[in-house]
Design a protein around this ligand. Sequence first.
Ligand code: UFG
Length: 340
Amino acid sequence: MRILVTGGAGFIGSHTLLALIEQGHEVACVDNFSNAERFIPQRVMELAQSSFPVFETDVSTWGALDAVVKQWGKVDGIIHFAALKAVGESVAQPLQYYHNNLVSLLEVQRAMQEYQIPNLVFSSSCTVYGTPKQLPVNELAPLQEAESPYGWTKRMGEQMLKDAVGANNGLKVCLLRYFNPIGAQPGGRIGELAKGVPNNLVPFITQTAIGLRQELKVFGNDYDTPDGTCIRDYIHVCDLADAHVAALEYLSQSSEPLSVFNVGTGKGMSVLEAISAFERATGVKLPYRFAPRRSGDVEKIWADPAKIMSTLGWKPKHSMEDAMRDAWRWEQTLATERKG
Ligand code: UFG
């Protein structure tokens, strides 16, 4: 298939481009490089040993995809990653988040209608479940009010797509609700580029281990969990990338207009367990201390991935140690490049 990947220079987008090419698909990358580096798509090309077009385009500009589709030609599907994703920043700049994340999704749908592009995979998040009443959480769990403008853009994005599918024969959409993506390409050539001080746990761990940060603050040790720290479902970015390829292949063959899948491992892991996994995988001791709870954090959440496993035949192949080792290798690549 010929797949357009918006946000293809980002963390999940770049790994998905690679997975798509490796599984025989043709790709084009669209990115405005506001939160991504130009060398990333180049590295994907090196790793894949093939080249693909890269369009420097802001998808949140109305009509932006016209030039892309006219230039690249027939498109069988779009994977729409392009979005702003920092929860705290979204609280400070809500309009920017609503504008960027929602107008880009509208523009994607406009182009799909205009050029009869049938298949869309949308990046959603486990954030739509809020604090789930039952664990593991499955796709039928009620959605809850979002905790941040970022979270609302995911809720609203899902709703917009449900409405669009209801009205438009021919549009097929897959919503992937990601749990916590971590790790990097195993060779350490591409990975997550955290802007400024990382918000997320694993980039903070690797930056601390390499000496860019003094110590990790573990936010809260008085939660109602076995060791008192929050529990999440960490998924290797390469497994997540494979889930996108599987979702597109499923969409192209299925008559189901809207499908929703959790993408997680089904295993909950505490912050302290994540630190131990990092230390085991790398042999590096991590300095950390307990700090107060971070506002907006959910105490515990992990996925029931039964649906994606049975419907798409997908399953995670990487362990937490694999993810930590790969994230660490990527951090070392960045350190070497900073010196050079
Ligand atoms: N944590 C720390 N110290 C840090 C960073 C994180 O202890 O320096 C803890 C957090 O408190 C949390 C866990 O590590 O318990 C994971 O935190 P992340 O920031 O890595 O990830 P979140 O679970 O907060 O983020 C997820 C998704 C987002 C989504 C968010 C909504 O990745 O897309 O949930 O709550 F918006």
